[in-house]
Design a protein around this ligand. Structure first.
Ligand SMILES: Nc1ncnc2c1ncn2[C@@H]1O[C@H](COP(=O)(O)OP(=O)(O)OP(=O)(O)O)[C@@H](O)[C@H]1O
Length: 700
C-alpha cells in the first residue's frame, strides 16, 4: 500500500478531521497518520486506523441491532397457530351457544321493553320535528335583538318545523304504506321487518345498565404495568446509584403481556447489576405496590449484567390456579423423553430429562420437597421398564404409596433402612463395572446399536443385557452422609454413581432438607446435573443445591416466602435456572397413579423385587464366587460362571467372563491363567481365579 503523509495528529484524546471531509476521523493520538491508496487514513506502520472506503459507516457496523420479529412468535410455529385457532374457535362457539340458549329470555325482554323503545322513538322524533335544540338557541338570538331580526328568526324557526313535520309525515306515510303493501304481497318480508322493528325498539328501550343480552365471557382486567411504575419501583429501592443525578433507567423493549402477567426489560443505570435489584425483591414489590408473590426480577443472562427482566404476575404465583399434572389421569412415560415436572410463572409447562442425568432436591422442611420427589418417582413409575429403588430415611412413609412398584424399598430412621440403602448403592456401584463392560462389548461388536457408548432405549429394554434404567432415590440423604459408619463409603459410592451412572442407565435422585457441607459431600453436590431448590435459609444452602456462585448471580431460593410451597428454582434443564411450581399431586392422587403404574408393569412383566414381595437381594459377587468355589484352590472362569448361574440364576444368567472380571475388579480380584481339567479329564491352562485371592478380598 502506498502512503502519502498528510499531517501529524497532536491533540490528545480528540478526534480530528484529518482529511477535511467534515467528519472527525478515528486515530490514535500522537501517532503519525497517512492517507492510503484508497484514500483511507492509515498509520505509518501500515496499520489501518480509519475505515476503508466502500464499507458501511463504522457506527452501523459496531452497533448491535436486535431486530424484533416481523410476525408474532405464535405465528411462526404450527403449534402456535393451532393454539390460537383453537382458542378463537372455542371462544366463538361458546359465545354463540351461550346466546342461543338464552334466546327465549331475550325475546321476552325485547317485548317488555318495546313500548318504552317506541315512546323514546316518538319523543326523539318529536324533538327533531320541533327542533328542540335549535329552538332554545333561536330564542337566545331573538332576545334583545331588533324587532326585524326577532321576526326573521321566529319565521325561520317555524318554516323549519313545518318542513320537518312534512318530511316526518311523508316518512311515516311511506313506512305505513310500504308495510301494508309488503304485508299483502310478500308477508314474510313484512314479518321480518316487523320483528326487526320490535327488536330495535326493545334494544332502544332497555336501560343502559341492564342490556337485553347477558355477557357470555367475563374478561378479567388487571393493572397494566407501565414504565413509570417500574421506574418508580426501581428508584424506591434505596440504592444511591439508582437515584444519582443523571442515572438513567432505560427500556430496551416495550413492556409486554407475557403469560398471565407483564414483562419489562430494563437497562439499569451504569454501575448497577440485576442482582442488586433481585436481592431487594421485597422493596421492588413494595415500590410497584404489588404482592411479593407477583414480582419476579431475573437477570437476563444472555445480555450484560446490568439488564434486568421484571415479570409482574396478575396474581401471586402461590395463589394462581395450577393446572393438573398431565399424567394424573392417563398416559404412560418414556423415560428417554422429558417428563412434566412443574409450571413456570408464565404457566408454561417445564419438563425434566431424567435419563443421563442425576437430580438433587433441597429445601427447608415443609416447603414441598416430598411433593417434588414424589412427582419424579410417579413419572418414572409410569415407564414400566424403569426399576425403582426408593429409600426414605426419615421414617414418615412419605413414599409409602409407591411401594407397589418399587424394586427396592425402605423407610425408617434406623439402621435397617440405612443398611438397605447402602446395600442397594453397593449393588449399583458394582453394576457400573458390569454395565460398562457390556456397553464396551456391544459398541465393539455392533457400533450401530450403541453409537455414543451410552444406554439406548432398545438396549435398556433387552432383559438379557442387564442395562435396564434404574432410578434410585434417597430422601433425607443427609442421614447416611452424616452417619460416621457410612459416611465415607456412601460418599464413594454415590460420587461414583453420579459421575458414571448416567451414561450407563443409572439415575440417582437425592433429596435433603439440610443441604450443607456436612450433610451433602461436595463431590456429590458438585457433580449433579439437575437441581431443584425450594425455599432455603441462606446463601450456603442455596449454592449447595443450585451450584457454586448461584447466589452471587442472583439465583436466590432464599427470596421465596413461607407460603411459596412447591415453588423453587430448577437449574440444569435449560440454559438459565427457571422458577416454577411443581404440579401438586397429593397422597391419594399419587396412590391412583401408582395403581396405574403397577398395571402397566404387570402387563409388561416388569414387576420385580419388593413389589412382588421378594426381599431385597444384596448381591456381593466376591462372596458368591467364594461360595461356589467349594474346596478347589483354582477354577476356570467358565466353570465359575456355570456354578454362579446355578447358584443365583436370577442374577447371573447370561453373564460373560468380561462381566465377571469387571464385577470382581472393585474387590481387587483379577483373573490369571490357572491349571484345571476338562470333564474328559484332560489338563489345560485357562483363564480363571485363585480361591486364596478371593477369600482374602472377602475378609478385608
Ligand atoms: N406443588 C405444590 N402445590 C401446592 N401445594 C404444595 C405443593 N408442594 C407442596 N405443597 C404443600 O406443602 C406442604 C408440604 O409439602 P411436603 O410434604 O412436600 O414438604 P416437605 O418439604 O417434604 O416436608 P417435610 O420436610 O416435612 O418432609 C404439602 O402438604 C402441600 O400442602
Amino acid at each position: 500500500m502506498s502512503l502519502e503523509p498528510i499531517e501529524r495528529a497532536e491533540v490528545e484524546g480528540e478526534l480530528v478531521d484529518l482529511d477535511h471531509d467534515g467528519e472527525p476521523d478515528v486515530f490514535r493520538p500522537g501517532r503519525d497518520v497517512a492517507k492510503g491508496s484508497g484514500g483511507e487514513l492509515v498509520e505509518h506502520t501500515g496499520q489501518q486506523v480509519d475505515q476503508p472506503a466502500g464499507r458501511a459507516p463504522i457506527e452501523l457496523r459496531v452497533r448491535r441491532i436486535e431486530r424484533r420479529p416481523l410476525v408474532p412468535e405464535w405465528a411462526t410455529s404450527a403449534e402456535g397457530v393451532r393454539e390460537v385457532v383453537v382458542f378463537a374457535a372455542g371462544h366463538a362457539g361458546h359465545v354463540v351457544a351461550f346466546h342461543m340458549i338464552r334466546l327465549p329470555l331475550y325475546g321476552g325482554k325485547v317485548l317488555a321493553w318495546c313500548p318504552v323503545g317506541l315512546a323514546r322513538l316518538v319523543a326523539a322524533g318529536a324533538r327533531w320535528v320541533l327542533d328542540a335544540e335549535g329552538h332554545a338557541m333561536r330564542r337566545q338570538v331573538a332576545k334583545g335583538s331588533d324587532p326585524d331580526t326577532h321576526l326573521r328568526v321566529r319565521a325561520e324557526g317555524r318554516a323549519l318545523v313545518r318542513r320537518r313535520a312534512t318530511m316526518a309525515a311523508v316518512l311515516v306515510g311511506l313506512v305505513a304504506t310500504g308495510g301494508v303493501l309488503a304485508g299483502l304481497l310478500v308477508p314474510l318480508v313484512a314479518y321480518l321487518a316487523a320483528a326487526g322493528a320490535v327488536v330495535a325498539l326493545g334494544l332502544a328501550g332497555a336501560p343502559k345498565d341492564k342490556p337485553i343480552a347477558s355477557r357470555a365471557v367475563v374478561v378479567e382486567r388487571y393493572v397494566r404495568l407501565t414504565s413509570e411504575m417500574v421506574e418508580r419501583g426501581l428508584r424506591s429501592l434505596g440504592l444511591a446509584a439508582m437515584t444519582a443525578k443523571g442515572a438513567r433507567i432505560e427500556f430496551p423493549a416495550p413492556i409486554q403481556r407475557d403469560g398471565p402477567g407483564w414483562r419489562a426489560e430494563v437497562d439499569l443505570p451504569f454501575g448497577m447489576t440485576a442482582t442488586d435489584v433481585i436481592e431487594r425483591r421485597d422493596r421492588l414489590a413494595a415500590g410497584l405496590r404489588r404482592p411479593l408473590g407477583c414480582v419476579w426480577p431475573e437477570p437476563a443472562s444472555d445480555e450484560h449484567p446490568g439488564r434486568l427482566v421484571v415479570w409482574v404476575g396478575d396474581v401471586p404465583m402461590n395463589k394462581a390456579k395450577a393446572p393438573e399434572w398431565p399424567l394424573l389421569r392417563a398416559g404412560k412415560v418414556d423415560i428417554f423423553k422429558p417428563v412434566p415436572f412443574m409450571i413456570d410463572q408464565r404457566m408454561r409447562p417445564v419438563g425434566i430429562d431424567l435419563v443421563f442425568w442425576n437430580m438433587l432436591i433441597g429445601a427447608m422442611p415443609r416447603m414441598g420437597k416430598t411433593f417434588a420427589l414424589r412427582l419424579v418417582v410417579l413419572a418414572a413409575a409410569l415407564d414400566p421398564y424403569v426399576q425403582l429403588r426408593l429409600f426414605e430415611l426419615k421414617g414418615t412413609g412419605d413414599l409409602g404409596m409407591c411401594e407397589p412398584v418399587a424394586h427396592h424399598y425402605a423407610s425408617g430412621a434406623g439402621v435397617d433402612a440405612k443398611e438397605a440403602t447402602m446395600a442397594s448403592l453397593r449393588d449399583l456401584y458394582q453394576q457400573l463395572e458390569t454395565r460398562a463392560a457390556t456397553i464396551t462389548r456391544i459398541a465393539k461388536e455392533n457400533p450401530a446399536a450403541c453409537p455414543e457408548n451410552k444406554v439406548t432405549p432398545d438396549l435398556s429394554r433387552d432383559p438379557r443385557l442387564g442395562l435396564g434404567i434404574v432410578l434410585a432415590m434417597i430422601d433425607e440423604c443427609q442421614e447416611i452422609y452424616s452417619d460416621k459408619e457410612y459416611r465415607e463409603e456412601a460418599e464413594k459410592l454415590t460420587e461414583g454413581i453420579i459421575k458414571r451412572g448416567p451414561a450407563l442407565g443409572i439415575i440417582l435422585v437425592l433429596a435433603t432438607q439440610r443441604p450443607d457441607a456436612k450433610s451433602l459431600p461436595t463431590g456429590v453436590s458438585a457433580n449433579v446435573g439437575i437441581r431443584f431448590c425450594l425455599r432455603v435459609m441462606g446463601q450456603l444452602e442455596n449454592d449447595m443445591v443450585l451450584g457454586t456462585s448461584s447466589y452471587k448471580a442472583g439465583i436466590r431460593a432464599t427470596t421465596f416466602t413461607a407460603s411459596d410451597k412447591g415453588i423453587g428454582y430448577l437449574a440444569g434443564v435449560v440454559d438459565d435456572p427457571v422458577i416454577g411450581r411443581t404440579y401438586g399431586v397429593d397422597g391419594p392422587a399419587a396412590e391412583k397413579v401408582v395403581k396405574r403404574a403397577r398395571l402397566l408393569r404387570e402387563q409388561a412383566g416388569t414387576l420385580t423385587g419388593h413389589a412382588i414381595g421378594e426381599a431385597q437381594i444384596v448381591v456381593n459377587v466376591a462372596e458368591d464366587v467364594a461360595a461356589v468355589f467349594g474346596d478347589e484352590p483354582k477354577l476356570w472362569t467358565t466353570t465359575i460362571l456355570e456354578r454362579l448361574t446355578g447358584y443365583r440364576p436370577e442374577v447371573y444368567t447370561g453373564w460373560t467372563p468380561e462381566q465377571l472380571a469387571a464385577a470382581l475388579k472393585p474387590y481387587g480380584i483379577t483373573s490369571g491363567q490357572v491349571w484345571g481339567t476338562t470333564a474328559e479329564g484332560k489338563g489345560a491352562n485357562r483363564q480363571g481365579y485363585v480361591l486364596d485371592a478371593i477369600t482374602r478380598a472377602t475378609r478385608s
